[in-house]
Write a protein that binds this ligand. Structure first.
Ligand SMILES: [Fe+2]
Length: 361
């Protein structure tokens, strides 16, 4: 009952005094005994009244007026109306206006006690429920905020792990390439050519990213090829060429059994990037669509860069001459070793290949 103040409004002084006395006797706190609606409204506006006990018929503004005002003020005060028994219809209207209960005059102490008690109990429950809802909403907001923070942190750490993982793979790949190319630029270019081709061929952004990361690992198996063969300045003997061919299978073995899409794709490319569309490649002599698309794309990127670049056994060649070799063939290369659709795509975007080569050295 603490802080549950009651405001009594009645134009008849004996009624006010009777109610005040009775309610005080029952242990309630009386905020005021008022004889008119306007003064009552001013007190109600302060917002600390729990219960309004008002007469309906008063000279000037009525109890109905007060209820109407109360409704529009968003005040959490309950209301009990007092009315003579012949005015029962007014009491019903008052209930429709938001009054909680009515008490008929002449009033009996038991009825006052019972009605006030039950209205205040109901109000208490409503207030508790409102507080609970507000508390719940605040709690939900707080939890949502915390959850969002955790998700952000998780995403950041996932990104970090992914970046670290990719960087580790790239560094591993550089080790393999380090023997004959110490800047790593060949590998960076391969990724860029393959990315360009994947975009031109209409692959999804996810497939393109996987190819961009995976394709530079195609020669990982070179790590096992002896320097005397790999760095030989002249043509290879048939036996030496057999050794070089092994880099495909060895690379695939290093990359096998991974759950990572990057490594799975890298393994696929490693083992088949020297397969040729016309079936003249190695290690398995696969033909056409038997060769994974990823490897068919990487093959042309690898060939372009290999022909253009200086190697221990050859000089660098211009962009125009490289394109001529790839598109028309020469003693060592034949256009039918490439997937014709991919070769056509290369033809369309070959100037972009040149720009990549010139800018990444
Ligand atoms: Fe290779």
């Amino acid at each position: 009952m603490e802080n549950e103040k009651i405001l009594i409004v009645d134009d008849e002084q004996p009624v006010r005094e009777y109610l005040e006395r009775t309610l005080k006797h029952l242990g309630y706190e009386i905020a005021g005994c008022i004889d008119n609606a306007d003064t009552a409204l001013d007190i109600l506006k302060k917002g600390d009244i729990a219960l309004l006990l008002t007469d309906l018929h008063m000279p000037g503004k009525s109890g109905m007026y007060l209820l109407n005002k109360l409704k529009g003020l968003n005040i959490n005060a309950s209301a009990i109306v007092l009315t003579a028994s012949q005015n029962l219809e007014d009491a019903i209207s008052a209930l429709n206006l938001g009054a909680d209960r009515y008490i008929l005059k002449p009033m009996r102490i038991e009825e006052i006690a019972h009605t006030v008690k039950s209205v205040l109990e109901k109000r208490r429950l409503v207030m508790e429920n409102m507080e609970y809802q507000e508390h719940l909403e605040t709690k939900v907001l707080l939890r949502t905020k915390e959850l969002r923070k955790t998700m952000d942190a998780l995403n950041a750490s996932k990104d970090y792990i992914k970046r670290s993982y990719i960087e580790s793979i790239q560094r591993l790949t550089v080790v393999a390439e380090y023997k004959d190319e110490q800047t790593g630029s060949h590998l960076r270019r391969i990724g860029l050519y393959v990315k360009l081709m994947a975009e031109e061929l209409g692959l999804s952004s996810e497939e393109t990213e996987i190819l961009y990361i995976s394709s530079p690992m195609h020669d990982l198996g070179k790590i096992s090829i002896p320097d005397r063969v790999l760095l030989k300045p002249g043509p290879l003997t048939p036996e030496e060429f057999e050794i070089v061919k092994q880099h495909t299978v060895i690379g695939a073995n290093i990359l096998k059994d991974s759950d990572s899409e990057f490594l799975k794709t890298a393994q696929k490319i490693a083992v088949s990037h020297h397969e040729k569309w016309n079936g003249a490649g190695y290690p398995r002599g696969l033909k056409k669509d038997e060769i994974p698309l990823e490897s068919r794309i990487t093959a042309i990127a690898d060939q372009y860069d290999a022909i253009r670049s200086r190697r221990p056994y050859k000089e660098a060649i211009s962009h125009a001459d490289t394109c001529k070799i790839l598109l028309e063939g020469d003693a060592k290369s034949s256009p039918d070793q490439f997937d014709p659709h991919i070769l056509e795509t290369f033809k369309k975007c070959r100037e972009k290949f040149n720009r990549i080569y010139e800018s990444v050295r």
